[in-house]
Design a protein around this ligand. Structure first.
Ligand SMILES: Cc1ncc(COP(=O)(O)O)c(C=O)c1O
Length: 457
């Protein structure tokens, strides 16, 4: 396993270092003020009060030379850290040879498709075909089309709290008023079922677990005349819900959903865009459940600093799709494919997946212990380096922390040199999702600063 010393060399050494009087500093403030004049604020990071200028490993510099520890990793994208020297070498080498081939075969994408077949989760491993896209939304759009095409069925089951993208079909299965209001009508045939989010489950559990109830409900849905049992093409599920609040259900839920899919002829699609690429302590988060998916979607952390996404599906499904029926101009661009291959090599050679499980467990335990004395923390949960810290106004009632409190926390973190991005249905979950290359030292520093900020808010 890669040593702490080798990992330390990938980042700036002296983070956090805040040298301006407040954050953002004067240059950052000016750029943030100017942004809405030239750029649509519909973008995800539109409300985040920081401007990035330089990134190295798990550290980021703003235009005022303040230096931060970034435990959000570009929402899980920079899995091996920003500007890893081997990635830079690959970019230098590959950009001299070939960058764009417009969805025509290129040597790098061929190599990548072979590699993905070898590292796909059980059920797909060495029995799968990859389809490439440039974003998670594009991957989900394609997965939905493919599922409908191969099953000849119409309906898709997704879950409350799900985030799968913001295009047409992917927006239809994404929940959240923020992404939907005024953008409808959406693709029909979508049914949303409850996700096992035990901390905020709206119904009494009785003597059953949340996972059992939600799993049984999917079985019911696939088997009721209201849904039409023979018309559900796929159940699409995040193995750990990401934007919905970092919710990691126990295996039982996925086992029940898979059994229902098998019984009623629907495909089981695991959306690994946020949880995949080693983040949860397995290469694919669905592996924690021991379930064999029919398809997975990937994105974010697979390509690292360059865009790479796609669908990995069982060979027999892919063989039913019509040739040239789903082209994408920039898919598996040779440069992105080369960087993705290097990214996977770095993850495998450094044993970063096993390391994510280890250091993630250490951080989770530390946060859970500390949370006992911090009433603002309602729950700490997670898997590997995908940890959610849910903040509340009141621990008894579980009233979610309001936006003013969340802003105070985010600003308090930035003022102390830590970047953390909230998520969750109420925007009240802080996510600890650093690059897999974060040193224990930087991880501990970030957690200590977080605890201090939460103590003072
Ligand atoms: C689980 C999941 N699926 C799909 C997407 C969409 O990915 P993209 O933003 O690359 O379109 C996201 C993005 O956060 C995601 O978390």
């Amino acid at each position: 396993m890669i040593s702490e010393q080798e990992l330390a060399e990938l980042s700036f050494a002296d983070a956090p270092r805040i040298i301006t009087e407040g954050v953002p500093g004067p240059k950052g403030t000016e750029l943030l003020a100017e942004a809405p004049e030239f750029e649509s604020m519909t973008r995800g990071g539109g409300g985040f009060p920081l401007v990035f200028d330089e990134g190295r490993g798990v550290t980021v510099k703003d235009p005022d030379e303040n230096l931060y520890i970034d435990v959000s990793a570009g929402v899980g994208v920079s899995s091996v850290g920003r500007s890893h020297p081997r990635v830079l070498e690959t970019i230098a080498r590959q950009s001299q040879k070939l960058m764009h081939a417009s969805d025509i075969s290129n040597t790098r994408r061929a190599e990548l498709a072979r590699k993905l077949a070898a590292i796909a989760p059980p059920g797909l491993r060495d029995n799968c075909i990859s389809y490439f896209a440039q974003s998670g939304s594009g991957a989900l759009e394609s997965a939905i089309k493919f599922a409908r095409r191969v099953t000849g069925r119409n309906q898709i089951v997704a879950f409350h709290g799900a985030y799968h993208g913001v295009w047409g079909a992917s927006n239809a299965i994404t929940t959240g008023d923020q992404y939907r209001r005024g953008y409808g009508p959406f693709m029909g045939g979508v049914i949303h079922a409850p996700y096992p989010y035990a901390y905020r489950f709206p119904l009494p559990l009785g003597d059953k677990s949340c996972e059992e109830i939600c799993g049984d409900y999917v079985d019911y849905l696939l088997n009721t005349p209201y849904t039409a049992a023979d018309d559900v093409a796929a159940v699409i599920v995040e193995p750990v819900q990401g934007e919905g609040g970092y919710v990691p259900p126990a295996p039982e839920f996925f086992l029940k959903v898979k059994a229902a899919c098998e019984q009623h002829g629907a495909l089981f699609v695991a959306d690994e865009v946020q949880a995949g690429a080693g983040r949860t302590g397995k290469m694919w988060a669905i592996e924690h459940a021991g379930v064999e998916p029919d398809m997975i979607t990937f994105g974010k952390g697979m390509g690292g600093d360059l865009p790479m996404a796609g669908v990995i599906m069982r060979k027999e499904l892919a063989q039913q799709l019509d040739d040239m029926s789903q082209p994408q101009t920039f898919a598996a661009n040779a440069l992105s494919a080369a960087v993705t291959l290097t990214n996977i090599d770095i993850i495998q050679e450094g044993e970063l997946v096993a390391r994510a499980a280890q250091v993630g467990r250490e951080a989770l335990e530390k946060l859970q212990v500390a949370s006992k004395n911090l009433p603002i923390i309602g729950e700490v949960r997670g898997r590997g380096l995908m940890i959610g810290i849910e903040l509340v106004m009141d621990r008894e009632t579980r009233e979610p922390a309001d936006q003013e409190t969340m802003m105070k926390v985010v600003m308090g973190l930035l003022a102390n040199g830590v970047i953390m991005v909230p998520c969750g249905r109420n925007g009240n979950v802080l996510r600890l999702m650093p690059s897999l290359t974060i040193t224990r030292d930087y991880l501990n520093k970030a957690v200590d600063i977080l605890l201090q900020v939460l103590d003072n808010v």
